[in-house]
Design a protein around this ligand. Sequence first.
Ligand SMILES: [Zn+2]
Length: 238
Amino acid sequence: MKALYLEDSYLKEFDAKVESVSDGKFVVLDSTCFYPASGGQPHDTGKLIRKSDNKEFKVLFTGKFESNISHQIEPENELKEGDEVHGVINWERRYKLMRAHTATHIVSSLIHDKAGAKITGNQIALDKIRVDYELEEFDKQKFIEYIEQANQILKQDHKVTISYLSREEAEKDPDLAKLAMGLPPGLKELRIISIGEVDRQADGGTHAHSTKEVGDIEFIKCDNKGKKNRRVYYRLVD
Ligand SMILES: [Zn+2]
C-alpha cells in the first residue's frame, strides 16, 4: 500500500485497485492519497468511483490500522477485491487542514523556542486548532504575542520541504526534540518537515508548500489544565 500524500500533499485524485474489503465497508487500496487521522491531523473524506460502472462510493472516514490505510465507504457490501477505482479527496477540507498543520508547526516552534516549553499535544480541526504544552507560568498575553509573531513569520513565504533522516541521525538533532513524547516510535527512517530555516519536525502529515499559503491566524482562548498543563486555541482567519 502506497501512501501518495507523503510525497505530494497536493495530489487530489489517483487511480488504485482494491486490495481488500472488510465488513463490506472498510476498503484497503494498493495506493491512496487519502490521509488517515493521525498526528493531530484529521482524516480526509471524498469519494471512490468504480471504473467498471462509474458508481460512486462516499469515503466517510480514513484511518490507519495495523499499518494499512482503511477507507470507510458508503454504500456498503458492493465494492470487491480487485475492483479498479478512481479516488478523489475533498480538497477544500484537506487544503484547510494542510494550512492549519503548517501554522501549527510555526506556533509550536515559537512556544518551544521562546517559552522553553515541550509540546504535549496538537489537535487540528477546521474551526479551531488546539495546542497543549507544559509550562509553569500561565500568561495569556504572551500567547497572544506568539500568535502575532507567528503571523509575521507566516507572511514571509518560507518554503516547506520534505526530507528523510535515519533514526540515529534524528536522535542527535536537538531541533527535532520539540515534542514531549520524543520522536515517533518504531520508525527506522523519519520524515522531516522543514519550514525554511524556521522549523524542523519529524512528521507524517500534509503541509502547504509555503507559509504564505497559510494566511493569518487568530487567537481564540487559553485554558489552564492543571499545575503545568496549558492549552491554547487559535484558528485560521479564513
Ligand atoms: Zn505536524
